[in-house]
Design a binder for this molecule. Sequence first.
Ligand SMILES: *Cc1c(COP(=O)(O)O)cnc(C)c1O
Length: 367
Amino acid sequence: MKVPYNYLPQQFSDNTILFEKWSELIASSEYTLGPYVENFEQKFAEYVGARFAIATNNGTDSLILALRSLRLDPGFEAIVPANTFYASAGAIVAAGGIPVFCDVDNRYQLDIESLHNLIGPKTKVILPVHWAGASPNMDQVIELANEKGLFVVEDACMGIGGSVLGKHPGTHGIIGAFSMHPLKSLNVIGDGGICVTDDPEVYSWMARYRNHGMRNRDEIEIFGVNMRIQPLQAVVAMLEMDKLDSILEQRRQNAALYDQCLQPIEAIKVPKREPWNLETFSLYMVLAEKRDLLVEHLNKRDIEVKIHYPIPLHKQVASKVHGLRNEKLQVVEDQAGKLVTIPVHQFLTREQLDYVIYEINEFYKAH
Ligand SMILES: *Cc1c(COP(=O)(O)O)cnc(C)c1O
């Protein structure tokens, strides 16, 4: 039996409505920004419970746009977990900042104590990541940020459709940044991203910076860039939003089955699920003993598993090149040798899920 990681051909197998909407868009010649983008921004802002939304090219641009909108002096430090996708740190560098990597807890989320210890005189930003679609305790992050006078910019790229402490990921700090990359919970057919904020000034700066700093066709107030979302993708996002909650419900059911069946295996550690955090399961990750052998075993049996990621950010060559701080981060480093990501997507059948569980059990019987 094959258990593929990629589910996109299935998700986009019936495109009748999409092609209708695209035909309408093509006929309208609204090819840059315009009503299709605005409608999506409005719908997204309502969905997450934010005042304003600005749609962008991709999640990385959303993070860069968010950080730039704070207009900090170059060389500011931003604290970010070391076990995230490259872009969380890359965006900080692109915005003129210096990433400072912090450790994580046993849910793979930013560790409050490590965060606390790393705050120094140059720290201006905390960049919590809603990693894998789970969330750190955002009340604690916000409380610490307020006490120290720091901005919180949330990397909620994997968090669309989740909930943490009664609010949507990305709506706790001053700005939340999201991705609509094909492998995120709300996905488009290519790249897309979006930022949200409740702050009208931040919103209006982001709106201008995204579009060359233009106030109108003839006047610019700042030198901006082009980070505009493609209206073609805004149309996809609009349609996919209607399916989002049912997609997530299916992924949560799959994850619950994995949790229940993998917990009894001594060599596997399933992360704690918190009642205050409704996860999106963009990734389903556990810690596994003999991880590399397990990965080999599963891949040989046509179960496509992945590792997110084997090398933490502070251990990457890029961090050396930039002369970033490189203290030991015990938990992140231990986890990097044990993490494994198992397919959890909404198109898996019960037979496929049972097969994955069976093969993991078989592996540990033999090892
Ligand atoms: C995907 C992702 C990004 C980058 O988003 P893109 O749309 O691929 O640019 C940034 N941070 C995290 C945590 C992500 O998962």
